[in-house]
Write a protein that binds this ligand. Structure first.
Ligand code: ADP
Ligand code: MG
Length: 466
């Protein structure tokens, strides 16, 4: 903690600072966008170089983060300097801002964490408080997984569901469910140590630990957990060393009755390339799948989500969306958000026509499910360079360009946060990724050959993953 200058800086008037910030925004966006997204924001406080602002809902944070990330950074650096930070607080009449940890949303999605103290040690549990059982709609497709999840959260480590292995396709609620379990556990048992991490980040951080000679510290963190939640375990396939370490951690925790929760896109037995001993351990407890939601569940999810945003949509529109977006819940939510965005950006009425238009846009511009590693591989093979050079501190012009293109495509084609993308390129930080993204985006306007290269690579990636 940085304690010293707090008092002095606190006296800087937040209203004046925020007014200046808004001037930057105003100069860079349309009047409608300004009124929709920025006017409703209320400044709360400024401490050191951290501004706290209040926004009406989570939807706002997601939208601003997705569409105005670089503008927000520009605003911060112009008005407060490069190390300035913005913290969003979801406004809620009954919330006292002085104690709003759980309503605080950080600008980088994966940084949205709760933290709690246990045994005098500060542990970042990396759980996102937005995922709860309350907002997890029950349906045919997730019945068993949800029920088992609730049982575990009431009695972590003490059910026969250990490990608890949740599997199913993308966007069906695996991450939501396992984080809801984690959140419930720390709410019910504040002394339990829980941690959530994706297998992908786990691997990246393990590699970093090897490079900085900190393997023991890295492993110790996980070995002391009461609840270990690892998402998308399929990313361990083919990563022998990471699997070995994970095997050790798994055994230590399981033997001492600690709860282990895992997800994957396939059942354990289909994880080809995963060590046999891990595969068999994954089957010791309960494996539960999540199936795509049926029509009624899709309607229920749309109703719940739109109410939480604060909009009451007519049944006709809810049903139209539920009939036409059937593959997964992430897409369903994406469609709802685009609908609201179309509505607010163009000031058009929300009606069936707008819903039809939005569904059409969504189904033509589908996002692929591609990994940062795959993107890196394609970029490197296109330019015929070594993949390692993208992770190293190599400043050669062509390497820098390839690295920036790979970052640009990672931001564009994956849902990974800036932080995660940065980690994949030698632990660069999120501002480097934004810079790369903007550089390539701008350069593509003036440099036709660069534009062609980037589009070529993107086409290749999309063809091989569709
Ligand atoms: P997965 O991890 O399986 O790819 P996620 O957990 O990320 O899927 O879910 C995608 C989106 O759908 C998230 O925003 C999540 O909150 C939402 N979602 C998934 N299942 C449900 C559900 N049963 N009720 C409400 N929202 C859900
Ligand atoms: Mg997930």
């Amino acid at each position: 903690m940085t304690a010293l200058p707090e008092k002095i800086l606190e006296q800087r008037d937040i209203n004046t600072v925020w007014k200046n910030c808004l001037t930057t925004i105003k100069n860079n966006v349309s009047a409608i966008a300004f009124n929709t997204w920025f006017e409703p924001i209320k400044p709360i406080s400024i401490t050191n170089n951290v501004i706290k602002i209040s926004v009406p809902s989570n939807f706002f944070v997601e939208w601003i983060d997705e569409h105005y990330n670089s503008l927000i950074n520009k605003m911060l650096s112009e008005n407060l300097g490069d190390d300035a930070k913005l913290i969003y607080v979801i406004s809620n009449e009954s919330v006292d801002f002085s104690d709003s940890e759980n309503n605080t949303v950080d600008i980088d999605k994966e940084d949205t964490t709760n933290t709690h103290f246990s045994n005098d040690e500060f542990i970042d549990n990396r759980l996102n408080s937005k995922y709860t059982f309350d907002n997890f709609v029950k349906g045919e497709g997730n019945q068993l997984a949800r029920a088992a999840g609730i049982a575990i959260s009431e009695n972590p480590g003490n059910t026969s569901f250990n490990p608890f292995f949740v599997y199913g396709g993308v966007g069906l609620g695996k991450t939501h469910l396992i984080q809801a379990i984690g959140n419930k556990i720390i709410e019910k048992f504040p002394n339990k140590r829980a941690i959530y991490i994706s297998a992908d980040s786990f691997t990246v951080e393990f590699i970093e630990a090897i490079q900085s000679n900190k393997i023991n510290e890295f492993a110790r963190l996980y070995k002391q957990m009461d609840v270990l939640i690892i998402d998308d375990i399929q990313f361990l396939v083919g990563r022998e060393k990471t699997q070995d370490l994970f095997f050790q951690i798994f055994n230590i925790l399981h033997q001492s009755g600690k709860q282990i929760i895992l997800t994957s896109d396939k059942p354990p037995k289909d994880l080809k390339g995963l060590n046999e001993r891990l595969m068999s351990r994954f089957q010791w407890g309960l494996s539960a799948d999540i199936q795509p939601p049926d029509f009624e569940t899709r309607v229920a999810i749309l109703n719940k989500k739109s109410k939480s945003i604060g909009i009451d949509l007519p049944n006709e529109i809810i049903e139209y969306l539920a009939l036409n977006i059937t593959s997964n819940i992430r897409e369903l939510e994406g469609c709802l958000i685009s609908l609201l965005a179309n509505h607010s950006l163009n000031s058009t009425e929300i009606n069936l026509d707008l819903a039809k238009k939005t569904v059409k846009e969504i189904s033509t511009g589908k996002q692929t499910n591609v990994s940062i590693e795959f993107i890196t591989k394609e970029v490197c093979s296109f330019f015929n360079i070594d993949e390692n050079s993208l992770r190293e501190k190599n400043r050669k012009k062509e390497i820098v360009a390839a690295r920036q293109i790979a970052m640009y495509l990672s931001k564009k084609l994956t849902k990974s946060s800036l932080k995660t993308i940065g980690l994949h390129f030698g632990g660069r930080d999120h501002s480097t990724v934004i810079h790369a993204f903007n550089t390539i985006k701008k350069a593509m306007i003036t440099d036709a050959s660069l534009k062609a290269d980037v589009e070529n690579i993107q086409n290749k990636i999309e063809l091989s993953t569709s």
